[in-house]
Write a protein of this length. Structure first.
Length: 182
């Protein structure tokens, strides 16, 4: 089967391509515009929404930015009590979700990729602090924004609690990486 993957050379897309190639698919990297044209021509399409944080080897996103800022500022910051949470998914699990959606999903289906329902920002800051041997400190949203810039605003925006996001029939959410049912 031939599969269009938009963003095939990016951080997440490259893992998706490797997962699909490993399962025997013929993968084409295309632009979103090409995919939309193909869908209009009758191609079976699905929507897959990933967590705000997709992590793994080679990650240059949210958590690596927090680590770099903690190195620079000599403290790992969280906002308030640190009870805001960030849903996340490992990039290899996201790649597997794409393959399973392709194999088991139906046209027009929507899938939500969140393997970790929500990690408290305080837990993230404390893990960074332990690794870098710097203190984990609470700041107000304003102080975090002043100290961390744009990332401080993002850190304050996390959800107050987690909600389970699950893709029916394909993928079960979990706190840690897991094997997926066949």
């Amino acid at each position: 089967m031939r599969v269009f993957v938009t963003g095939a050379t990016g951080f997440i897309g490259s893992a998706i391509v490797q997962e699909l190639l490993g399962a025997g698919y013929d993968v084409l990297g295309k632009s979103e515009e090409a995919m939309l044209a193909a869908v209009a021509g009758g191609v079976r399409g699905m929507v897959i929404r990933l967590s705000l944080s997709v992590h793994g080897d080679g990650d240059h996103g949210f958590v690596p930015a927090l680590i770099q800022l903690a190195r620079e500022k000599r403290e790992a910051i969280y906002v308030g009590e640190g009870s805001n949470v960030w849903p996340a998914v490992h990039r290899l699990d996201a790649a597997k979700l794409y393959r399973l959606a392709l194999e088991r999903g139906t046209a027009g289906a929507r899938f939500h990729g969140a393997a970790e329902e929500g990690i408290k920002t305080r837990d993230i800051a404390e893990a960074i602090a332990r690794r870098l041997t710097v203190p984990a400190v609470s700041k107000t949203a304003e102080e975090a924004a002043e100290r961390l810039g744009f990332i401080g605003h993002v850190l304050a925006m996390g959800k107050r609690r987690a909600s389970a996001a699950q893709s029916p029939g394909c993928w079960k959410t979990a706190i840690s990486r897991q094997r997926f049912p066949r």
